[in-house]
Design a protein around this ligand. Sequence first.
Ligand code: SF4
Ligand code: SF4
Length: 325
Amino acid sequence: MKELVVISGKGGTGKTSVSASLAALARRPVVADCDVDAADLHLVLAPTVLERHEFRAGHEAVIRPEACNGCGVCFSVCRFGAVLPVSESSAGDEKQCRDCSYCVRSCSVRTNAVISELQGAAGAEKPSFWIDPTACEGCGVCVRFCPERAIDFPERICGEWMISRTRFGPMVHARLAAAAENSGKLVSTVRKEARRIAEEEGRDLILVDGPPGIGCPVIASVTGASIVLVVTEPTVSGQHDLERVLKLAKHFQIPAFVCVNKWDVNPEMAERIERTSILAGAAIAGRIRYDPGVTRAMIQEKAVVETEAPSAEDFRGVWERIGLS
Ligand code: SF4
Ligand code: SF4
């Protein structure tokens, strides 16, 4: 079984258009959209979702107000500014304070003096605290030190992953929740499921639309892959990011192909990029011309090779040169 991962050193190079056309040209592929931070392959493949699964990663601290004695220990030990006072005393306050807690978050010495102040403000009533889920890093320190064991530490739901049906074959894709992390783990989940489906259904190609860049989700996308196809554009930043991503492929000893999208926008730069690629040990998969038909295809929810767009033959050329047909 082969696994082809389409990546790019940077976003906006046309990686998803290439992935969609390769999915249309491949014979019985399983498609995996591993660009989980900004998934958009579904806009072209229009999948019908068959299964949805929660994606859980890490933990988050949650205070149970009924068990809390207001001691403020969690507030003083959290180094991420995630524990905040609930200053009900300022509700309806006509003063200029908007209760944003910026001062509390920014205070580098969350000392007992601050807590005493809060206790003073609360009068006879105990102060209460809450944990901002977007600021909590899930380190568990507050859970460990809470004298009343009043802080729960459930697994965090960071998004969802889906198994769908498309006109080209099964598709595994995902959506990371806003402000959620662990996209590398979600990428690994998507790839694992795609492989399981390919094995169960006897499909011999997994086609992965990978994330842009060279960070953790990209490493999770390419590790153990058979081939990477790097889609780049003829610009200075395109060349710079291509060099970084080719180094990554070399590090993991994965054969790399390079395709220059919109090459005719800057033919000299396109040539320079191809020379750089060859020197870095990559093979040239071809060039794709600038073509407004690519955008029209996307609006129609079609892969470029499903349309009469002039560049469709360029996409076919790329697929043939990779040699998986
Ligand atoms: S450490 Fe525990 S008891 Fe103390 S304020 Fe925080 S949650 Fe409440
Ligand atoms: S788990 Fe860590 S980051 Fe989250 S509130 Fe507790 S101490 Fe702060």
